[in-house]
Design a protein around this ligand. Structure first.
Ligand SMILES: [Zn+2]
Length: 198
């Protein structure tokens, strides 16, 4: 029952206040996150929790398969606000192994509306493997496409006018590509970080 969630919330808020009586008063005045997180909607990858950050410390955008498409006004709005107003200095694109969205893109089956959303992943797949293998949902292929997709999305973020303009005016902004292992709870750096070119 959702009422259980409301009860959980009251207990959580009380616990936070117990640890830090000024916690919510401070947050209500302003947020100053240093990080923008672009991650998958998957319920097993809760952004704040896996990096040990409190409310106020991580600005978050999540969608199926952690895509950063220049045609997505939701993503662009989040990115523009994070870079231009909050002035985050670090942007993390975080994928995860065993991503259902990536798996759906790999399979030659019709899923409905989500197929439109996942078309960029198929593009990454074609670039990475040359073709979409109709039986291509082996664990190895899935995991390497999950990684390739993160790398492609980091490149997409770097190419946006928002990031390019920030770099041109000398704003410190570092992009990173990470991947999360649902099976072990660990993040891996895919070492595709990019920073101001000059
Ligand atoms: Zn996912």
């Amino acid at each position: 029952m959702p009422q259980g969630l409301l009860k959980n919330n009251r207990e959580w808020a009380a616990r936070k206040l117990g640890q830090d009586p000024d916690f919510f008063a401070r947050l209500s005045r302003q947020q100053e996150p240093r990080f923008l997180w672009i991650g998958c909607s998957d319920s097993r990858v809760p952004a704040n929790e896996i990096v040990g950050l409190d409310p106020g410390e991580l600005f978050v955008h999540r969608n199926v398969a952690n895509l950063a498409m220049p045609t997505d006004i939701n993503f662009l709005s989040v990115l523009a606000y994070a870079v231009n107003v909050l002035r985050v200095s670090e942007i993390v694109v975080c994928g995860h192994y065993g991503c259902g969205g990536i798996q759906a893109a790999l399979r030659d089956e019709r899923h409905g509306v989500i197929d439109h959303w996942l078309e960029p992943v198929r593009e990454v797949c074609r670039n990475e493997f040359g073709t979409i293998d109709p039986d291509g949902d082996s664990r190895l292929q899935l995991d390497s496409l999950c990684e390739a997709n993160v790398k492609a999305q980091v490149a997409n973020v770097a190419k946006t006018t928002i990031v390019q303009d920030a770099w041109t005016r000398g704003q410190t902004l570092n992009l990173h590509g990470w991947i999360y292992g649902i099976a072990d709870g660990l993040l891996r750096d895919l070492e595709v970080s990019v920073s101001n070119p000059n």
